[in-house]
Structures are given as structure tokens and as C-alpha cells.
Design a protein around this ligand. Structure first.
Ligand code: PLP
Length: 433
């Protein structure tokens, strides 16, 4: 990147969660293949992030690429109002087949946040149609993350997503405390008592509970006990509250199951998927409901559901997603995720002994090193790039969510670098809390 481009980027272009006046350094990628990113200076980086959970089969996958090329020759976009097409039909068949049994009405949209907006609107519309006008609030988990648009933001952790900035506009929701009982701990009766109390107290005004299953992503990369989901499902049924499960990060094998809610063997009323849905090639998300939910929304009084993105069911996205889901159906991911899990248990877990490390947790193809100090993002990012890796920590979390196709050599390389990064004091801010 020449100096003008660097300056242009810094001065004119927003990046995710960034400042326009004090931007952090960005790295200029020119191409990517399998598990490697290539920078403009020729340097290659082994990727530990799957571009935020998306690129599960690696970059530049020939089958996904070919699907897009084939589709682009036919039609790259056509409106979905009053029109349908094979890529959408084929994709929705696959989505219905792969997602938990009972989910069967599919609403396609452009991004994860929008799929959450659709889910929240559907839940409100459902109770409106049933003439239950008091059920207008949502319950979610502290530390949760569901996207950055306003509806989604309202059910995100209030502190992490800075609700204070938008006060006066943002609706107030109910929050339960972050779940204490971890994924692999023993469940004790009473662990869900706070949850039970809260739902008991608020059920009359709750349209839905919304939750990330098993893994809380941005909220701290915590893995909680599967019994919580079973309890929530039961409580929702008993108190007549809808259950929305957000599998945007966890879906398509990342946690070791095809969907994280399979650990608890539950089917939500509404499911949101996105991120890895197209294998990271192009943007697409979906909101899938039980038939009863969609049919109630569209009863005699209120026939139409008022949402319809311009690029709904974009044929290129649907074609890419079909190819991606065919790869999922082939089933290689099961062995790949298991392998990543085993390697991380062997090589990443021992970092728990390091004096800067508070915890190491591993589930499926997710490995998390929680440090005692905040990372100095600019320094540690630069450190990883200098050493040939793309790892992007946040707060006190250095984590790996690599493409499932990562080789043993590449994975060990990333783990080794994490271990070495802990020894460089410039990578941390010495604020404890
Ligand atoms: C990324 C994410 C979203 C938002 O998806 P976008 O495509 O970024 O809008 C919502 N929920 C979870 C759990 C996510 O990880």
C-alpha cells in the first residue's frame, strides 16, 4: 500500500468498532487462499479468525467460487417481491433439513443483525396477532451479543455495547445475570434459580427470550452449561414466551455440533443464522421459525409481515450458500472440528500455566486464552502480523476460531505464537480488574 492509500484509508474510511480520529493500523490484504491471507507487501499470514466465524472451509474455496460464477452468468440479482428462483428454493430446502426439527418457515436477509431484527419483529407481531398487547419486552443474557442495529443492540449487554450513548431512544429490556455454571462443570439443582425467578416476575410482559446458545461470543467467549437452555425452553413453554436462539456465530459446526442448541436437544421457536451460512464468501442470513409462529403472525387480522430487504434472497448469496451447505452435508467438518479440538487441548490448554493467563477454554473449534491483563490491541496485532499470523484479540481474550481446514502445522504455529506473545510485555496494558 503506498503512503497515499494508507492515509486515505485512515482519514476517510470507517472500520468496525473504530475511531475516525484515532484509527488503529489496518493491514492491506490483496488475496487469500485456504488458511492464508496475503498482504500487499507479499507477506503471508496464517488465519486464526476465519474472518469472524465465517470462512469455515477456507478462503477462495473452488466449489463455492464456482457456484457464484455459475450464478452470475444467469442472474446476479432480481427482486424477491413477487418473484422466486432456484437458488433460494434449493437453499431453503437445505436450511430446513439441517436446522433443528420443526423449524420450517425461512426469512432470508442480508446480515446477522437484520435476521435478529426480523426475529424480534416476528415475536412482537406474533403476540399482537394473539391480541396480547402487553407482551412487548425481551429478556436476554448479560454479556450477550446480537448485532449492532437498534433492536439487536437493545438486547446486547448494556455495558459492552454502550447503551448509555443511545439512551432515550433505545427500548429498555430485561437482562439475566451471566450464567455461572460452565459448560463442563457439574450441574447443581438451583443453578437456574435466578433465571426462574426473573422469568416468573416478568413473563406477562415478555414477548421472547433471546439467547446465544452455549457460547457467548463478543460478551466474553464464555461456554455455559447446556442445562440452562433446557431450563429456558421449559420456562418459555410454561409461561407462554417465545424462544429466539441466535446461532449466527455458533451455527454450522463451530462448537462441535452442527448447531449449539443440539447440545441441549431443543428446538427454539425462532432461529437466526448468518456468518458461516455462505462459508464466508458473501453476505447472507436467515430467520427460521416453527410453522405455528409464522402462521399466527399471518392470521386473519394481520396478514402481512412488514419486512422485505431490497436484496432479500440475493441469488449469488443463495448459490454460494447452497455450495457451502453441500460441503457441510458431506460431513468432513465433524472430523476437522474434532481434530482442532484435540490439538488445542494438547497444545493450547497448557498455556493455563503461564503467569499472565487466567483461564484457557476450548470447545469444538474455538480456543480461548483469557489473560489477566487487557491486551494492547495495536501492539499485539502488529506483533502477530510481524510473526506471520492473523489473530485479533479483544479486551482480555486471545482466541482462535480457525477455518476447519487448518492443517496441524498451521494450528500449532498459531498456538506457538500465542504462547510467545504472552512473553512480550508491550502486548499488554497493565490494568487489572
Ligand atoms: C456477528 C453476530 C451477529 C451480527 O451479525 P452481523 O452479520 O454482523 O450483523 C449477531 N449475533 C451474533 C451471535 C453474532 O456473532
Amino acid at each position: 500500500m503506498n503512503i497515499n492509500e494508507v492515509n486515505f484509508d485512515r482519514y476517510y474510511i470507517w472500520h468496525p468498532y473504530s475511531s475516525i480520529t484515532k484509527p488503529l493500523k489496518t493491514y492491506h490484504v490483496v488475496s487469500a487462499k485456504k488458511c492464508k491471507l496475503k498482504l500487499i507487501n507479499g507477506k503471508k499470514l496464517i488465519d486464526g479468525m476465519s474472518s469472524w466465524w465465517t470462512v469455515i472451509h477456507g478462503y477462495n474455496h473452488p466449489k463455492i467460487n464456482q457456484a457464484i460464477i455459475n450464478q452470475i452468468k444467469k442472474v446476479s440479482h432480481v427482486m424477491f417481491g413477487g418473484i422466486t428462483h432456484s437458488p433460494a428454493i434449493k437453499l431453503c430446502k437445505k436450511i430446513i433439513k439441517l436446522t433443528p426439527k420443526g423449524l420450517e418457515c425461512v426469512f432470508l436477509s442480508d446480515s446477522g443483525s437484520v435476521s435478529i431484527e426480523v426475529a424480534l419483529k416476528m415475536a412482537l407481531h406474533y403476540w399482537f396477532s394473539k391480541n396480547e398487547r402487553k407482551k412487548v419486552k425481551f429478556l436476554s443474557l448479560r454479556g450477550g451479543y446480537h448485532g449492532d442495529t437498534f433492536g439487536a443492540l437493545s438486547v446486547c449487554d448494556p455495558k459492552n455495547s454502550m447503551h448509555n450513548i443511545y439512551q432515550g431512544y433505545l427500548p429498555n429490556q430485561e437482562f439475566t445475570n451471566t450464567f455461572d455454571r460452565k459448560f463442563n462443570e457439574k450441574w447443581e439443582s438451583g443453578d437456574d434459580l435466578n433465571l426462574v425467578k426473573l422469568i416468573e416476575k416478568h413473563h406477562k410482559k415478555l414477548a421472547a427470550v433471546i439467547i446465544e446458545p452455549i457460547v457467548q461470543g463478543v460478551g466474553g467467549m464464555n461456554f455455559y452449561h447446556k442445562q440452562y437452555l433446557i431450563s429456558i425452553k421449559k420456562l418459555c413453554k410454561f409461561y407462554k414466551i417465545l424462544l429466539i436462539v441466535d446461532e449466527i456465530a455458533t451455527g454450522f459446526g463451530r462448537t462441535g455440533k452442527l448447531f449449539a442448541c443440539n447440545y441441549s436437544k431443543i428446538t427454539p421457536d425462532i432461529l437466526c443464522i448468518g456468518k458461516a451460512l455462505t462459508g464466508g464468501a458473501i453476505t447472507l442470513a436467515a430467520t427460521i421459525t416453527k410453522r405455528k409462529v409464522s402462521e399466527t403472525i399471518c392470521n386473519k387480522k394481520t396478514p402481512e409481515f412488514m419486512h422485505g430487504p431490497t436484496f432479500m434472497a440475493n441469488p449469488l448469496s443463495c448459490a454460494a450458500s447452497c455450495a457451502n451447505l453441500s460441503l457441510i452435508e458431506e460431513g468432513k467438518w465433524i472430523q476437522q472440528v474434532k481434530f482442532i479440538y484435540q490439538e488445542m487441548c494438547k497444545y493450547l490448554y497448557p498455556l493455563i500455566e503461564h503467569s499472565y493467563v487466567k483461564d484457557v477454554r476450548i470447545l469444538g473449534a474455538i480456543g480461548v486464552v483469557e489473560t489477566k491483563f487487557f491486551v494492547n490491541l495495536e501492539n499485539i496485532q502488529n506483533w502477530f502480523v510481524r510473526h506471520g499470523a492473523w489473530i485479533r484479540p479483544f479486551r482480555k481474550l486471545i482466541y482462535l476460531i480457525p477455518p476447519y481446514i487448518i492443517s496441524s502445522y498451521e494450528l500449532k504455529f498459531l498456538i506457538k505464537l500465542i504462547s510467545l506473545s504472552l512473553n512480550d510485555d508491550k502486548n499488554f496494558l497493565y490494568i487489572k480488574n
